[in-house]
Design a protein around this ligand. Sequence first.
Ligand SMILES: NC(=O)c1ccc[n+]([C@@H]2O[C@H](COP(=O)([O-])OP(=O)(O)OC[C@H]3O[C@@H](n4cnc5c(N)ncnc54)[C@H](O)[C@@H]3O)[C@@H](O)[C@H]2O)c1
Length: 329
Amino acid sequence: MDDSVGVAFIGAGTVAEMHGRGVAVVPNARLIGAYDVDPVKARAITAKFGGQVFDSLQQVLASPDVDAVHVLTPVAHHVPDAITSLEAGKHVLLEKPVAQTHAEIAGLKAAAAQAGRVCMPAHNYIYAPSIRRAKRLLETGKLGKVASLWILYNIFHAEDVAATYGGVLRAVCTHHAYSLLYLLGRPRRITATTSRIQQGNLTCEEQAMIVCEMDNGAIANLWTSFAADDPTNDPWTVIYKILGTNGGISYSWNEAQFKDNGGPAWGMSCYEETFTEEIDYFINRCVLAAEPPLSSLSDAADALSILMAAERFLSIAKARETIAYEVEQ
Ligand SMILES: NC(=O)c1ccc[n+]([C@@H]2O[C@H](COP(=O)([O-])OP(=O)(O)OC[C@H]3O[C@@H](n4cnc5c(N)ncnc54)[C@H](O)[C@@H]3O)[C@@H](O)[C@H]2O)c1
């Protein structure tokens, strides 16, 4: 008897490539097909990774071969697509940010509970083996008292691409926020700053820094930039660093690379691995073994709270102090 989990993709754009690579190698996962409002995209993904092209979401959900869907649409569609899929009895892996409001996340939780199905946020960065080792080292106290955490992301995105993400805070710092929650728990207070470097028509921020105060005095520094790559000999492309009184961890996406310029970070083995590990966890631990995900919808709600606190901070102009120099230029 084939007890593999049949998977379909809802949305077959950029990130579907990484989900395709993941499903292709994860045991017990089988790609049944893909649906995209643009059938050309669905055809391209199924031509590469197998499965059929579906004509509608309803056709996907009516298929008895589909046990789980990966919702890979733009954020505005995440919640309706996920809830419809849960109501049809499908398990859901839902791309980040899972939703735009806390009420929407509450709706997702209720729909998953009602259906008795998994709704797992695609918080892929923490599924990397190095991050899970960091968590174990923290939990066993081997690092001592944590003093600081650094998550640095420096991947250039041209202005037209950056514009489609609508700002790095919601689009990328979500990764930083759920990672911080997984590793150190909830920060108590934050400050934040954002900027733009490219000077065309871009209206959203392309750099952001959120500084979080933890209860024990540790400071967590969450940095994101679409403005520049790091081409130096010790690149900060994506770095996680935790320094404690008794030790530390350092993890870098530059560890292994291959040539693939198809999309940002597509040739970074560590990036690809985050998807493979996440999909393995979704299929084999959550769907088949009924274990909870490493980062839940409640964590997604907490991550949103961190980003909303940063947005509130940024909206209070007087919180940014202008420096008074002795001699004005
Ligand atoms: N976890 C990660 O590392 C990561 C990386 C990139 C993107 N993402 C997330 O993945 C999601 C998709 O991002 P992307 O970069 O692939 O975007 P994209 O624009 O390249 O792809 C989205 C696709 O969805 C299709 N689509 C739009 N509305 C649809 C609908 N109602 N039904 C079916 N298909 C629809 C579009 O035609 C498009 O092909 C976003 O939420 C983004 O934040 C996550």
